[in-house]
Design a protein around this ligand. Structure first.
Ligand SMILES: NC(=O)c1ccc[n+]([C@@H]2O[C@H](COP(=O)([O-])OP(=O)(O)OC[C@H]3O[C@@H](n4cnc5c(N)ncnc54)[C@H](OP(=O)(O)O)[C@@H]3O)[C@@H](O)[C@H]2O)c1
Length: 313
């Protein structure tokens, strides 16, 4: 285990996974970078502006870069694949280029949707087969990072992320908001995944970083369930009547991105490495409810409202 804390740059600190990482890596040599939701003291980084990114990397000179920033809205990626590629693929590759030259390490957060879901369950060595623009951009970034810094990368694939978020960017918090305002909520009936609490991902990340782990790790919650089951569990936890949930097949939802519908990641490698188990959905939603109560009313993301999509990515 490293005794001295590396100088760490966290890209995407204002995001859901990013804010959990910020808490987990809150040592004094952490530089937090955000993009449009900058907090006081944040460094500004646009992964799509590669010249500025290179300059920031040279200025900060991190030993470790955590890349949790991404263009995550699957529908926007579909309509603007060039921007998606610039932010999600070339941006992380620019970070890897810096790491190749400087000897730094890179942790890149990727998605279960690098797989199409045709198989029951995927291990880390399975060949990605992404179905849509966002997923392809992440798979390409993975491949570039692995090729550029084979000895100094960590790729953490997760999925169906939720946790406290002032911008309410996850399925659980958006569902709660819509239920609270008395709306009927259409939920895809044929999408399955593993809800994953952001704090568990952050803890596992620190565990792996401290052990100088290299390679790809799958990191999702222990259950595999449908969006509808998850929605019903959210209703139960937050005290809403489930009658407002309206299950509908994905192809009737008017979405452009042809998402993978059922991707289950085998997380045995992470368990074997000794990382703490991830919490159950019941425990995760209970802690989400408690954190929502203790923080009071959260700010609403205009982004979340505009996109109309509950699931994002
Ligand atoms: N959410 C999921 O269910 C899920 C599932 C699988 C994998 N992942 C992956 O996990 C990582 C974190 O996702 P998340 O759910 O935490 O995302 P999120 O809450 O939507 O936050 C996205 C983060 O990316 C930053 N960002 C967006 N555009 C950027 C740009 N051009 N340059 C630099 N930063 C930019 C945002 O910064 P600002 O807010 O300041 O603009 C924000 O910090 C991503 O790599 C995502 O692909 C997420």
């Amino acid at each position: 285990m490293s005794m001295q804390q590396p100088r760490t740059l966290l890209i995407g600190a204002s995001g859901q996974v990013g804010s959990a990482l910020e808490a987990e890596f809150s040592h004094e040599s952490l530089v937090a970078a955000s993009h449009t939701h900058a907090r006081p003291g944040d460094t500004l980084i646009d992964l799509g502006d590669h010249v500025a990114l290179q300059k920031t990397l040279r200025d900060v000179q991190p030993d470790l870069v955590l890349v949790a920033g991404a263009m995550c809205n699957a529908e926007r990626c579909e309509v603007d694949p060039e921007t998606c590629e610039r932010i999600n693929t070339t941006g992380p590759a620019t970070v890897a280029e810096y790491a190749r030259a400087s000897g730094a390490r890179v942790v890149f957060f990727s998605t279960d949707h690098v797989f199409d879901g045709a198989r029951d369950c995927y291990v880390e060595e399975d060949t990605p087969r992404p179905l849509y623009v966002y997923a392809r951009s992440k798979a390409r970034a993975e491949a570039l990072i692995r090729a550029m810094i084979p000895e100094r990368h960590l790729i953490i694939r997760t999925g169906w992320v939720y946790g406290p978020d002032i911008w309410r960017r996850n399925f659980a918090l958006r569902l709660v908001d819509r239920m609270a305002s008395g709306e009927k909520v259409v939920v895809p009936s044929d999408q399955w995944g593993s809800p994953t609490h952001t704090e568990d991902v952050a803890r596992a990340t620190r565990f792996l970083v401290e052990r100088d782990a290299v390679g790809v790790f799958h990191a999702t919650g222990p259950e595999f369930l449908s969006r509808v089951t998850l929605a019903l569990k959210i209703c139960e936890t937050f005290g809403f009547e489930p009658g407002a949930i309206e299950p509908r097949p994905t192809h009737d939802m008017g979405q452009i991105a042809r998402r993978s519908l059922r991707v289950r990641l085998d997380c045995d490698k992470l368990r074997q490495a000794g990382a703490a188990p991830f919490r159950s959905v019941t425990d995760g939603l209970s802690s989400l409810r408690l954190s929502a109560q203790s923080r009071g009313p959260d700010r609403r993301s205009s982004d979340a409202q505009r996109t109309g999509s509950l699931e994002g990515r």
